[in-house]
Design a protein around this ligand. Structure first.
Ligand code: MG
Length: 137
């Protein structure tokens, strides 16, 4: 039996996606509208559009929602809007996504040590003293 084809996530770099978005923006001369503040606002708006698709949906019904072809397409498109805007934000504000995410994950690991939080959803402030935890997550 042949190996399944690798997903495009395995073949596409963050840089590839940033260039794809930049090309879209440049072709439309929209860069003049894209500042960090407005993109941050747009991220929140698009996150709201994603959230709206789940509004009033009972947790037990979410698997059915995600299996419905049309609803799944809409969820994917709103998720993509959020991801694209985050990548655009990174480009405009000068963040290297891989470096920034890697650094933040290192902070998260320090903040949420496995031995302290495994299987426990509580926020770090409920788990240990503030003195041992970083200021902001
Ligand atoms: Mg949208």
């Amino acid at each position: 039996m042949a190996e399944p084809a690798p997903s495009s996530d395995d073949r596409t770099t963050i840089g590839d996606l940033k260039r794809l978005i930049q090309e879209f923006v440049d072709e439309r001369d929209w860069g003049k509208y894209h500042n960090s503040k407005d993109i941050a606002i747009a991220i929140n708006v698009e996150a709201g559009e994603l959230l709206e698709l789940f509004e009033w949906v009972r947790e037990a019904d979410i698997p059915d929602l995600l299996e419905d072809t049309e609803k799944r397409r809409r969820v994917g498109e709103e998720m993509a809007d959020v991801v694209m805007l985050c990548l655009n934000f990174a480009s405009v504000a000068g963040f290297d996504v891989a470096e920034t995410v890697g650094r933040k994950m290192a902070r998260n690991k320090a903040k949420y040590p496995v031995e302290l939080v495994k299987g426990n959803y509580r926020k770090y402030t409920e788990l240990r003293s503030h003195k041992a935890a970083p200021d902001h997550i």
